[in-house]
Design a protein around this ligand. Sequence first.
Ligand code: ATP
Ligand code: ZN
Ligand code: ZN
Length: 809
Amino acid sequence: MTQAAQIIVDVPTMQTNRPYTYMIPTDLVDAVVPGVRVSVPFGKGDREVGGMVVGLINIDQDLEHDAVYQGDLKPITRLLDLVPVLNEELLALSDWLAQQTFAFRISTIQTMLPTALKTASHKWLVADQAIDNDELARLFDAQGRLDFTATTLSESQVKALARLQRLGVVHATYQVNNRAQVKTNTWVTSQLNEAQVTEKLASLRANATKQRRVLLALSRQVAPQPLAELLTDARLTRADFTAAAQRGWVKMTEKEVYRDPFAQSEVEQTTSMMLQPDQQQAVTAISQAITANQATTFLLEGVTGSGKTEVYLQSIAKALAQQQTALMLVPEIALTPQMVKRVRGRFGAQVAVLHSGLSAGEKYDEWRRIERHEATVVVGARSAAFAPLDDLGLIIMDEEHETSYKQSDNPRYQARDVLLWRAKWHNAPVILGSATPSLESRARAERGVYRHLMLPKRINQRPLPPVQIIDMREQLKTRQESNFSAALLTALKQRLERGEQSVLMLNRRGFSSFMMCRDCGFVLKCPNCDNTLVLHMDSHTMRCHYCGHEEAIPRRCPNCHSKRISYYGTGTEKVAAELKQLLPTARVIRMDVDTTRRKGMHEKMLAAFGRREADILLGTQMIAKGLDYPDVTLVGVLNADTALGLPDFRASERTFQLLTQVSGRAGRADKAGEVMIQTFNPDHYAIQLAQQQDYERFFRVEMNLRHLGNYPPYFYTALISASDQDENTAAKKMFELADWLKQRLSSSTIILGPTPRPIARIKNRYYYQIFLKYKQEPQLHDALMQILEESQHLRGLQISIDMEPQNFV
Ligand SMILES: Nc1ncnc2c1ncn2[C@@H]1O[C@H](COP(=O)(O)OP(=O)(O)OP(=O)(O)O)[C@@H](O)[C@H]1O
Ligand SMILES: [Zn+2]
Ligand SMILES: [Zn+2]
């Protein structure tokens, strides 16, 4: 009996999207197992490519059934791993995921591996114990390291080393060949003494404000300090200090940053709290499912501040108590030290944390701790859904409604689906938690597919803060254009006088992509779909992205005939400038993608705000989550409407979710809180119901509208996009496709488009899309596969498929 290996090669094309059969050299027979990476000769000229072993077959019996096999089998060239890097579960998952998302198997496999394993990296073997074989022991240097990538090893040596790794005598580590992985911080050292600073300040021109700020900052501290710290004053920029360096006032140096080894040990140990009755009920139900190994999905719906986290923690404890592991996903933005602290505080060093802030090396370290069963609790963002935990006893997804759980690039997977799949594999329950569940999940709870658990009250009966809606149309009649209503401005002044803090949110979603009447708030909608029309400056038209309807940009408001129609939207920078004028004494921290791009800035700014170094935290959506500061008594939303204008059937849902989240930040401690929402659409149901914080009503109203519009959760959706350098080719192909689909699919399926994409041209490629809404469509998978396969033969045209798309702009 001869064995051969089934290998997915690292050649991402439709033709190669299936296992190829390779011969296993006799010496490697035991070492080649599913889940190890290899390199193999492939294609014309036997180019060497990487690959993943996904299965083994007996040549004598199975080969005639192997469709791919032609001619003599080529042998595997090299073994890259001594032990599998993906286990049986994850291999099966990668296969399922490729099917679900119409992605190549190699790309779903790559998605599951930590970066250190997929980029060009240098592999070392490290001896953890003495090796009792002289020949092998000699391969290791004085530090017990063997350079696996550079050393030529005989096949028997490879086999023997594989055995040692399986026994835990040696382990593999990776050094990523990427200089950028070394983290550095810029430090600023003043070159001026106190007297010189005073002198320079005196000689500055009156309008040299930037230089004055830099000098003032220098006067406060003489010792070298990190630039990032100086930049917590939002009025200062890196460029100001670069300019100062050119003047010889400061020296800027790069220092390497090391991981703080005390960061973990500082976390204070916490113990389980006495649960409130609602919490207790939830924990009991979840615990029963854990004990019974039932893959029940729970929807934990709890208002902001109702103590969902404590329910998670005590349920995790239950899983650990029966020697199982737990996986918890949170949105990237919520992975603040606060959240990590709460989990570490309860479970200590057995917690592994995976987030985008870690370097490739750090991520690999965490991944390995999980694989070696050193970590039994994993907290992480979307990609942590693939954490290689064995024997999962509980899976949690916090803020389950968050769009960031859906990956927008290939493979376009929804982490929630991955978790549900894994739960079935492990017979483990899942908790989907949120104050504002997605309509899809809430509808499933209604139909009994998920079990519904509720936490309807805040802890200690603290009231939800009162929410006031401010009609900006009224404001505009009396005052000149401003981002601040009189009421909000007064409230901000009060907080300043009382020494309390305020949070201001500027909604960036939908920023200037549509038009709105400044007098009546009217937003132009599609006559066919009731979706907001998107402004296309290139063609000077308003377009519907679902059905393709197009019309001229109106000069007057179709509703009130006002001429004051404009792009609605504004940036945080502009708001910060206005704030400076209106409230010159207020200390403001501005938090948006620009100011938080540098690693660690997000946490630094929040920490500074927590230390009360600022009066106002001004930011985009990123401030809506997770903040728990006792002195915040005012939350202001500057523009509640912008997301409502988006050409997205989920626009109301997103708006409601965001407003509810951000309102939940006020009055969490003893001091009462207050929320003010500025809007041009005070009567819109999403805004009205957010004011009342009435999720239940919102759910009913929105479900009704979804039903009328044939949208999810009543219909499933899929988005097919095609792009080409030639606009006609892309359009023509998509019209053909739409016709073909009409014949192929059932008549109950709704095919919208093709239409040009919101940004029709990206990097000189033209995009067209078809939007599908369907209930039951057994033909769909095959039809879409066929489209992908056929598109391979069309040079230049690229087709992508997004199941249950979350983003339309
Ligand atoms: N049983 C309890 N007894 C006393 N305090 C509790 C209890 N459960 C939770 N808390 C406290 O109540 C506060 C709010 O809880 P938590 O942050 O878990 O709510 P949440 O539902 O996750 O809120 P959000 O959705 O706003 O993040 C926290 O400070 C938490 O420590
Ligand atoms: Zn109008
Ligand atoms: Zn339309």
